[in-house]
Ligand binder design. Structure first.
Ligand code: PLP
Length: 403
């Protein structure tokens, strides 16, 4: 195993000279659908949607049309849709907003928040921040080794003052899918709202706010065929919430700031296209991810992680651990061979820190997450398998060298 690895800096070519880059990191960011790119090109010059003149009214019409499309795509009312800068802001808005509203409603009683150890930092970090400030008591529920969090374990953590439960619809690293509908139903009986981070789920799962019964949901443009820099917080009417940003009072006063009309129009177009294509995409990705996983498992010392039951894992995700390989060297070798993959979590690809999700699940070895999306092909899968078949033995024997 090489011990004198060069630092992980992006100082070289992004792909081997003789091959086009292969994107197997769709969970980090998937390309916008053509409908989204066209909408962004057309509407990037939109006026301020709060202005009362004709240009402003036209921009507002774009925003409201996108709101309708997003609401239809996510199975909710347009009145429940708040546009944000992405999944991180949507998660922060729900977690902080609901906890603060509970604290304000009963200043004598510290609210209680429940979340899970496999949440994205967009949920876990605000939850811990709130608890550290004394704004809430926090329980972080452990997952099963496959990354799923059993409903019973969440319910066992409830207290009389529980103000919010936040459990992700699907995990960004392992692709483990949670039974959000069953959890929401059980919580509704106890009058406890459920927020779900559905950022990774929307592209391939039938995410429907009404059917799931959640009070709040986060989605992100760049994970569902829309652009980066825009997202959605679904906040059902009646959910008490303190806004994070104060200003012009846009979006029900929940999220002040000039509407990003072009990005919002592109999100509406991209999400609608993604949802229309979702069942077909899912079937295609099941076949591709099965092929990828079978090829990986045929290599020695490779273990697939996440749920065994395909019903409870994302069709887009293949996560494995490799024995006898240095994690940073693995992603560097793949990068040098023109394969975009992740050794860590979606938003910290390339970072040297370990994964809290993998630690919580007790997963060791060198982690490798390969994620597929709407542009993925069989050729992508086969190229990745060819590269891994070549470099993994070299990495293990210490004969791999930076080209
Ligand atoms: N939640 C999950 C599960 C994610 O995977 C990500 C990004 O990877 C986020 C939230 C953050 O979304 P955004 O990048 O839009 O802020």
């Amino acid at each position: 195993m090489p011990t004198d690895l060069p630092p992980l800096v992006f100082d070289g070519p992004v792909a081997a000279a003789d091959a086009a880059p292969v994107d197997l990191d769709h969970a980090a960011s998937t390309p916008p659908r053509p409908e989204a790119s066209a909408a962004l090109r057309e509407h990037v010059t939109a006026a301020n949607a709060s202005a009362t003149h004709a240009l402003g009214r036209a921009a507002r019409a774009l925003v409201e049309e996108a709101r309708e499309r997003v609401a239809t795509a996510l199975g909710t009312s347009p009145h429940d849709v708040v546009f944000t800068s992405g999944g991180t802001e949507a998660d922060n808005l729900a977690v902080k907003g609901v906890v603060w509203a509970a604290r304000d409603a009963d200043p004598g009683r510290t609210p209680h928040l429940i979340t899970t150890a496999v949440e994205h930092p967009a949920v876990l970090a605000p939850a811990r921040w709130l608890a550290d400030r004394g704004d809430c008591h926090l329980d972080v529920v452990a997952p099963d080794p496959d990354g799923r969090v059993p409903v019973d374990r969440i319910l066992a953590a409830l207290r009389p003052q529980t103000a919010l439960v936040s459990v992700m619809a699907a995990n960004n690293e392992l692709g483990a899918v949670n039974d959000v509908a069953t959890l929401a139903a059980a919580l509704a009986e106890r009058d406890v709202p459920l927020h779900t981070d559905a950022v990774q789920a929307v592209a391939t799962r039938d995410v429907d706010v009404t059917a799931m019964g959640v009070a709040a949901l986060a989605a992100s443009g760049h994970k569902v065929g829309g652009p980066q820099g825009v997202g959605v917080a679904v906040l059902r009417r009646g959910l008490p919430l303190v806004p994070l940003s104060h200003g012009g009072g846009q979006d029900r006063g929940v999220r002040s700031g000039t509407f990003a009309a072009g990005l919002i129009a592109a999100l509406g177009a991209g999400l609608a296209a993604a949802v229309a294509d979702r069942a077909a995409l899912r079937a295609r990705l099941v076949a591709l991810s099965d092929r990828l996983a079978a090829g990986l498992e045929a290599l020695d010392g490779v273990t697939r992680n996440g749920p065994d039951d395909p019903a409870w894992r994302l069709a887009s995700h293949v996560h494995v651990s490799l024995d006898g390989v240095e994690p940073a060297a693995l992603t560097l070798a793949l990068d040098r061979a023109g394969i975009a993959a992740s050794g860590g979590s979606a938003c910290s690809s390339g970072a040297a820190t370990g994964s809290a999700t993998l630690a919580a699940c007790g997963i060791g070895g060198a982690p490798l997450r390969l994620t597929l999306g709407w542009t993925s092909t069989e050729a992508d899968v086969d190229r990745a398998l060819d590269v891994l078949t070549e470099v993994v033995p070299q990495l293990r024997s210490g004969t791999w060298a930076v080209s």
